[in-house]
Ligand binder design. Structure first.
Ligand SMILES: [Zn+2]
Length: 270
């Protein structure tokens, strides 16, 4: 879930100052486990179609973070496709404010059409699959939607368990690493909150609704109930109590992403 390359310069500078590495996304682990849960929910038809589109031997988890790495080389200028900046002060995500199609919401809608269009060349549909998988995951990372005039948290420097980092990176990977566990442990955590009732709720709604949910979670991600009201700024110290409050939200966002990713592919490959 990396942010634009232009921002990497800022991040690398910040990293040099804080000795933390640059933000790399719902880290590769986040992307991988969401895809793994989704893969387990594919219909036999969708599973076969996905296998036919991917390179032999590749699975959805293998390719889920392609867009954060080779994707930038394959499609230069694709960095803005990974996010959409919505002020956390906005009550709701308003799709009428979208100015162009270079954002995660518009790209999901674009790539689902390309993938569903069997008249398109296989190579084009394969690339659409790689981007669609990744962007359905990215739009569920709250800081890929919520923005406090800080590039989705990238410019909000925080201390997370005495490590210098930024709020975007906390949500991409620091929280996941702090909660800990291997992929199997994460798959279990995610699957535990996927119930028939939650699936019924999550399966409804549009990409706009998903973005709105992320915006609502982002508002909470910037809040400290014990601190001053309003979103916190750079310099914030985050520790155990932040992790305890955010962990259920993190797992729920990953679960929603898994269910919806499977829904997308099952609907496209009927
Ligand atoms: Zn991304």
């Amino acid at each position: 879930m990396t942010r634009p390359a232009t921002r990497m310069i800022v991040l690398l500078t910040a990293a040099a100052l804080t000795s933390a590495g640059p933000a790399l996304a719902w880290g590769p682990q986040g992307h991988r486990v969401i895809a793994r849960v989704a893969e387990g929910r594919l219909s036999p038809t969708a599973r076969l179609a996905v296998r036919e589109l991917l390179h032999p031997g590749d699975t959805l988890p293998d390719v889920a973070d392609w867009a954060d790495h080779d994707g930038h080389t394959a499609v230069p200028n694709s960095a803005p496709w990974h996010y959409i900046n919505v002020p956390i002060g906005d009550a709701h995500f308003d799709p009428r404010l979208i100015r162009d199609d270079k954002n995660v919401v518009a790209r999901i809608e674009h790539f689902r059409k390309v993938l569903a269009d069997k008249s398109r060349p296989k190579q084009e549909r394969q690339r659409a699959l790689l981007f669609l998988v990744h962007f359905v995951e990215d739009v569920h990372q709250p800081l890929h939607v919520g923005d406090n005039n800080d590039h989705g948290g990238n410019d909000t420097q925080v201390q997370f368990f005495n490590e210098g980092t930024n709020l975007h990176r906390v949500w991409d990977s620091d929280l996941i690493h702090k909660v800990g566990g291997n992929d199997r442990a994460w798959v279990d955590r995610i699957e535990r909150v996927i119930t028939p009732e939650s699936v019924k709720v999550w399966s409804k709604g549009s990409v706009d609704d998903w973005a709105d949910e992320s915006l609502q979670v982002a508002k909470l991600a910037y809040r400290d109930p014990a601190g001053s009201p309003g979103p916190f700024a750079s310099g914030k110290v985050l520790g155990e109590s932040y992790v305890r409050r955010m962990e259920p939200l993190l797992i729920e966002q990953m679960a929603r992403a898994s269910v919806r990713l499977a829904d997308e592919l099952n609907a496209i490959f009927r």
